[in-house]
Design a protein around this ligand. Sequence first.
Ligand code: CA
Ligand code: CA
Length: 205
Amino acid sequence: MSACMQNDRSAVKRIIFALPALYALAITPVFSYPEYQEFVEKHSHRTANCAMCHVNENGPVGEENGQLSALTADEFKRLSRARGALEPGQDVDSPILNKFGNEIIKTIGKKKFVELKSDPAALAGALGNKSDLDEDGISDATEYLDGTDPLNKFHGDPIKLFSINLSRYKMHVVLTIVAVLALNYGLINLIKAISLTQSMPKRHE
Ligand SMILES: [Ca+2]
Ligand SMILES: [Ca+2]
Protein backbone atom coordinates (compact mmCIF):
# COMPACT_ATOMS: atom_id res chain seq x y z
CA MET A 1 0.00 0.00 0.00
CA SER A 2 1.36 3.39 -0.95
CA ALA A 3 2.18 6.02 1.69
CA CYS A 4 -0.35 8.27 0.01
CA MET A 5 -3.17 5.74 0.52
CA GLN A 6 -2.13 5.21 4.16
CA ASN A 7 -2.28 8.96 4.75
CA ASP A 8 -5.74 9.11 3.15
CA ARG A 9 -6.98 6.28 5.37
CA SER A 10 -5.65 7.86 8.54
CA ALA A 11 -7.25 11.19 7.57
CA VAL A 12 -10.60 9.43 7.06
CA LYS A 13 -10.20 7.70 10.46
CA ARG A 14 -9.55 11.04 12.15
CA ILE A 15 -12.66 12.53 10.57
CA ILE A 16 -14.80 9.52 11.62
CA PHE A 17 -13.52 9.72 15.22
CA ALA A 18 -14.22 13.45 15.30
CA LEU A 19 -17.78 13.18 13.99
CA PRO A 20 -19.54 12.63 17.37
CA ALA A 21 -17.68 15.55 18.90
CA LEU A 22 -18.39 17.75 15.88
CA TYR A 23 -22.06 16.81 16.11
CA ALA A 24 -22.12 17.63 19.84
CA LEU A 25 -20.51 20.96 19.09
CA ALA A 26 -22.97 21.67 16.27
CA ILE A 27 -26.02 21.14 18.48
CA THR A 28 -24.48 23.00 21.43
CA PRO A 29 -24.60 26.75 21.04
CA VAL A 30 -21.27 28.53 21.50
CA PHE A 31 -21.76 30.42 24.73
CA SER A 32 -19.86 33.50 25.51
CA TYR A 33 -20.12 35.22 28.85
CA PRO A 34 -19.39 38.90 28.38
CA GLU A 35 -21.23 39.62 31.66
CA TYR A 36 -18.18 38.48 33.66
CA GLN A 37 -15.74 40.52 31.62
CA GLU A 38 -17.95 43.61 31.80
CA PHE A 39 -18.29 43.23 35.58
CA VAL A 40 -14.54 42.82 36.10
CA GLU A 41 -13.73 45.93 34.08
CA LYS A 42 -16.38 48.00 35.84
CA HIS A 43 -15.46 46.77 39.31
CA SER A 44 -11.68 46.89 39.00
CA HIS A 45 -11.26 49.77 36.54
CA ARG A 46 -8.73 47.54 34.78
CA THR A 47 -8.91 46.22 31.25
CA ALA A 48 -9.86 42.54 31.10
CA ASN A 49 -9.95 40.32 28.05
CA CYS A 50 -10.94 36.73 27.37
CA ALA A 51 -7.46 35.54 28.40
CA MET A 52 -8.54 35.74 32.04
CA CYS A 53 -10.35 32.40 31.54
CA HIS A 54 -9.62 31.31 27.97
CA VAL A 55 -6.53 30.03 26.21
CA ASN A 56 -6.91 32.61 23.48
CA GLU A 57 -7.24 36.29 24.38
CA ASN A 58 -9.79 36.70 21.60
CA GLY A 59 -12.10 34.08 23.07
CA PRO A 60 -13.12 30.63 21.86
CA VAL A 61 -14.35 31.47 18.35
CA GLY A 62 -11.74 31.37 15.61
CA GLU A 63 -9.01 29.30 14.08
CA GLU A 64 -6.08 30.15 16.32
CA ASN A 65 -4.59 28.20 19.22
CA GLY A 66 -7.25 27.42 21.83
CA GLN A 67 -10.09 28.31 19.50
CA LEU A 68 -12.86 26.03 18.28
CA SER A 69 -11.89 25.75 14.63
CA ALA A 70 -8.36 24.66 15.55
CA LEU A 71 -9.31 21.81 17.89
CA THR A 72 -8.30 18.20 17.20
CA ALA A 73 -10.63 15.23 17.62
CA ASP A 74 -9.26 14.51 21.11
CA GLU A 75 -9.67 18.15 22.10
CA PHE A 76 -13.29 18.09 20.96
CA LYS A 77 -13.85 15.12 23.29
CA ARG A 78 -12.32 17.06 26.19
CA LEU A 79 -14.46 20.07 25.29
CA SER A 80 -17.59 17.94 25.21
CA ARG A 81 -16.77 16.43 28.65
CA ALA A 82 -16.13 19.89 30.11
CA ARG A 83 -19.41 21.22 28.77
CA GLY A 84 -21.19 18.31 30.40
CA ALA A 85 -19.65 19.05 33.82
CA LEU A 86 -22.80 20.66 35.18
CA GLU A 87 -22.08 19.88 38.83
CA PRO A 88 -18.92 20.83 40.79
CA GLY A 89 -16.08 18.46 41.58
CA GLN A 90 -15.60 16.97 38.13
CA ASP A 91 -12.27 16.65 36.39
CA VAL A 92 -12.51 19.40 33.80
CA ASP A 93 -9.86 19.94 31.14
CA SER A 94 -11.41 22.08 28.42
CA PRO A 95 -8.94 22.90 25.62
CA ILE A 96 -10.45 26.35 25.11
CA LEU A 97 -10.18 27.32 28.78
CA ASN A 98 -6.98 28.15 30.63
CA LYS A 99 -6.15 26.82 34.09
CA PHE A 100 -8.32 29.43 35.83
CA GLY A 101 -11.28 28.83 33.50
CA ASN A 102 -11.09 25.09 34.13
CA GLU A 103 -10.74 25.70 37.87
CA ILE A 104 -13.97 27.75 37.89
CA ILE A 105 -15.93 24.92 36.26
CA LYS A 106 -14.27 22.34 38.53
CA THR A 107 -15.13 24.34 41.65
CA ILE A 108 -18.69 25.46 40.98
CA GLY A 109 -19.84 23.40 37.96
CA LYS A 110 -21.10 24.66 34.61
CA LYS A 111 -24.68 24.98 35.81
CA LYS A 112 -23.82 27.40 38.62
CA PHE A 113 -21.46 29.32 36.35
CA VAL A 114 -24.26 29.94 33.85
CA GLU A 115 -26.67 30.90 36.67
CA LEU A 116 -24.24 33.49 38.02
CA LYS A 117 -24.21 35.38 34.72
CA SER A 118 -26.99 37.51 36.18
CA ASP A 119 -24.87 38.27 39.26
CA PRO A 120 -21.19 38.15 38.21
CA ALA A 121 -20.01 39.64 41.53
CA ALA A 122 -21.22 36.48 43.28
CA LEU A 123 -18.71 34.37 41.35
CA ALA A 124 -15.97 35.45 43.77
CA GLY A 125 -17.96 34.20 46.77
CA ALA A 126 -18.82 30.95 45.00
CA LEU A 127 -15.13 30.32 44.26
CA GLY A 128 -14.02 30.96 47.85
CA ASN A 129 -10.52 31.97 48.82
CA LYS A 130 -8.78 28.59 48.89
CA SER A 131 -7.36 28.53 45.39
CA ASP A 132 -4.36 30.65 44.45
CA LEU A 133 -3.18 29.12 41.19
CA ASP A 134 -0.18 31.39 40.65
CA GLU A 135 0.79 31.34 44.35
CA ASP A 136 1.29 35.09 44.54
CA GLY A 137 -0.59 35.20 47.84
CA ILE A 138 -3.76 36.71 46.33
CA SER A 139 -6.60 34.23 45.87
CA ASP A 140 -8.05 33.57 42.40
CA ALA A 141 -11.38 35.01 43.56
CA THR A 142 -9.73 38.26 44.69
CA GLU A 143 -7.76 38.50 41.45
CA TYR A 144 -11.05 38.09 39.58
CA LEU A 145 -12.49 41.05 41.52
CA ASP A 146 -9.29 43.05 41.08
CA GLY A 147 -9.10 42.34 37.34
CA THR A 148 -5.56 40.96 37.67
CA ASP A 149 -4.10 37.78 36.16
CA PRO A 150 -4.73 34.75 38.41
CA LEU A 151 -2.08 32.81 36.46
CA ASN A 152 0.74 35.35 36.71
CA LYS A 153 2.46 35.72 40.08
CA PHE A 154 3.91 39.07 39.07
CA HIS A 155 0.49 40.48 38.22
CA GLY A 156 -1.68 41.55 41.11
CA ASP A 157 -2.90 44.62 42.92
CA PRO A 158 0.40 46.45 43.67
CA ILE A 159 -0.49 47.32 47.28
CA LYS A 160 -1.59 43.76 48.07
CA LEU A 161 1.50 42.27 46.41
CA PHE A 162 3.78 44.68 48.31
CA SER A 163 2.11 43.88 51.62
CA ILE A 164 2.21 40.11 51.01
CA ASN A 165 5.83 40.14 49.89
CA LEU A 166 6.86 42.35 52.81
CA SER A 167 5.23 39.89 55.18
CA ARG A 168 6.74 36.87 53.37
CA TYR A 169 10.26 38.27 53.30
CA LYS A 170 10.25 40.31 56.52
CA MET A 171 13.17 38.33 57.97
CA HIS A 172 15.23 39.09 54.84
CA VAL A 173 14.32 42.78 55.16
CA VAL A 174 15.31 42.86 58.86
CA LEU A 175 18.61 41.06 58.18
CA THR A 176 19.40 43.43 55.29
CA ILE A 177 18.75 46.50 57.49
CA VAL A 178 20.93 45.05 60.28
CA ALA A 179 23.69 44.28 57.77
CA VAL A 180 23.58 47.83 56.34
CA LEU A 181 23.64 49.38 59.86
CA ALA A 182 26.53 47.13 60.91
CA LEU A 183 28.45 48.05 57.76
CA ASN A 184 27.86 51.75 58.35
CA TYR A 185 28.91 51.40 62.02
CA GLY A 186 32.08 49.59 61.00
CA LEU A 187 32.92 52.17 58.34
CA ILE A 188 32.38 55.07 60.75
CA ASN A 189 34.69 53.49 63.34
CA LEU A 190 37.29 52.74 60.69
CA ILE A 191 37.23 56.36 59.51
CA LYS A 192 37.52 57.56 63.13
CA ALA A 193 40.50 55.25 63.72
CA ILE A 194 42.26 56.50 60.60
CA SER A 195 41.59 60.13 61.61
CA LEU A 196 43.01 59.49 65.08
CA THR A 197 46.10 57.85 63.64
CA GLN A 198 46.73 60.76 61.31
CA SER A 199 46.19 63.39 64.04
CA MET A 200 48.65 61.76 66.51
CA PRO A 201 51.90 63.76 66.90
CA LYS A 202 54.82 62.10 65.17
CA ARG A 203 57.61 60.90 67.48
CA HIS A 204 60.97 62.51 66.68
CA GLU A 205 63.81 60.09 66.81
CA1 CA B 1 -3.04 34.58 42.79
CA1 CA C 1 -1.63 37.09 40.01
